[in-house]
Design a binder for this molecule. Structure first.
Ligand SMILES: Cc1cc2nc3c(=O)[nH]c(=O)nc-3n(C[C@H](O)[C@H](O)[C@H](O)COP(=O)(O)O)c2cc1C
Length: 211
């Protein structure tokens, strides 16, 4: 039998599978707040997502203040789930910060010369790219963290509503975020107050091809 070096407990695998099968968007929420420690733990785990070069360009702003939630909802075409959920996580990516912090992103178990070379190679990759190209690359990485966040929230008993229906410039102004950052999604999160629609997806047979 194949032995696994990391040996993950099967319960953890089942939890991920169950979360993927059951998760759906929820737009009605209980007003019960989420403990700050739970939110912090959720974001810590979402930030375990892998990224190219281990660049980790994702950043999170957790909006709970009622006035700020109202302004965020207005910047999101009035989407009500932001008002109903106790928190909305603004997931953004920032490649300027990721480039600055690349030395800290290199694995500490690697020898220093390899770490220096890794930083150099990462910076060289973006040296000739426009800001738009660089930030688009960062946004693609941040979407991996978005997937993690949605699954992890489900596995911890929280419901989510990811949103792309918002005006990024308004959200940036509201939160004082730099102009160059990208916002892959707003994610309303809380305890569900509706069942939501059961997940509906295209049959997997129509989406795959074995060769
Ligand atoms: C990146 C992203 C952006 C989305 N934007 C919105 C949105 O702005 N408003 C909304 O009500 N739902 C939004 N959705 C929810 C999708 O409509 C929903 O995920 C999809 O229909 C599948 O349904 P399910 O999440 O219930 O399985 C978004 C989902 C994703 C992943």
């Amino acid at each position: 039998m194949r032995t696994n070096i990391i040996d993950p407990p099967t319960t953890r695998i089942d939890a991920a599978a169950m979360a993927a099968d059951h998760r759906r968007s929820i737009r009605q929420y209980e007003s019960t707040p989420i403990p700050q420690a739970d939110l912090t733990e959720l974001l810590r785990l979402a930030a375990r997502a892998p990224s190219a070069f281990n660049a980790q360009p994702w950043r999170f702003v957790v909006v709970q203040d009622p006035a700020l939630k109202a302004a965020l909802s207005a910047a999101a075409y009035g989407q009500q789930q932001i008002l109903r959920a106790p928190a909305t996580i603004v997931l953004y990516s920032d490649m300027v910060d990721a480039l600055d912090r690349m030395p800290d992103s290199m694995h500490p178990d690697m020898p220093q010369d390899k770490r220096d070379a890794g930083v150099e190679s990462f910076r060289a990759t973006f040296a000739n790219q426009s800001e738009a190209e660089r930030e688009t690359w960062g946004q693609a990485q941040a979407n991996i963290a978005l997937g993690y966040l949605l699954l992890l929230a489900e596995s911890k008993g929280y419901a989510t509503s990811p949103m792309l229906g918002f005006q990024p410039e308004k959200v940036k102004t509201l939160l004082g975020l730099p102009e160059h950052v990208r916002i892959p999604a707003l994610v309303a999160i809380g305890y569900p107050a509706e069942e939501g629609f059961r997940p509906h997806r295209l049959p997997i047979e129509t989406l795959m091809d074995f060769r």
